[in-house]
Design a protein around this ligand. Structure first.
Ligand code: 5GP
Ligand code: ZN
Length: 113
């Protein structure tokens, strides 16, 4: 399962990605189809399909903290940004390795579509 997972393959460097941050437990890279001037995906190195499968509170916590660090590095911490976890079909999840979207660098609409 994790063998064929797209984001596990990015973690293993089998598929290229523009990596912006790496920690012992997370990898962050630019979204291939950015929806804002800053659009970064933060993922755990270890395969977890979605928020429905998270049992370790450190997973969600680390994704959020790494996203905030990248927001500071990208210069959008003060102007503002959004972090999003899409889960399953109604939220439009297409890659089933949990990923926190970090979006910013423009005014974001609310509510999301
Ligand atoms: P989801 O819709 O599952 O919340 O988000 C998946 C995201 O992964 C999308 O924003 C999509 O553009 C991005 N994505 C899909 N395939 C690739 C890829 O091969 N490389 C990168 N960097 N992003 C990808
Ligand atoms: Zn995976």
């Amino acid at each position: 399962m994790a063998d064929q997972c797209l984001f596990c393959r990015i973690v293993r460097r089998e598929i290229p990605a523009t990596i912006v941050a790496e920690t012992d437990d997370c990898v962050a890279f630019r979204d291939i189809n950015p929806q804002a001037p800053v659009h970064v995906l933060v993922i755990p190195r270890r395969h977890v399909a979605s928020l429905n499968d998270v049992t370790d509170p450190n997973v969600a916590g680390r994704l959020a903290i790494v996203a905030a660090e990248i927001a500071r590095k990208e210069g959008i911490a003060d102007s503002g940004y959004r972090t999003v976890l899409n889960t399953n079909a109604d939220a439009g999840q297409t890659v089933f390795h949990i990923h926190l979207h970090l979006l910013g660098g423009r005014r974001l609409g609310w509510p999301p579509g």
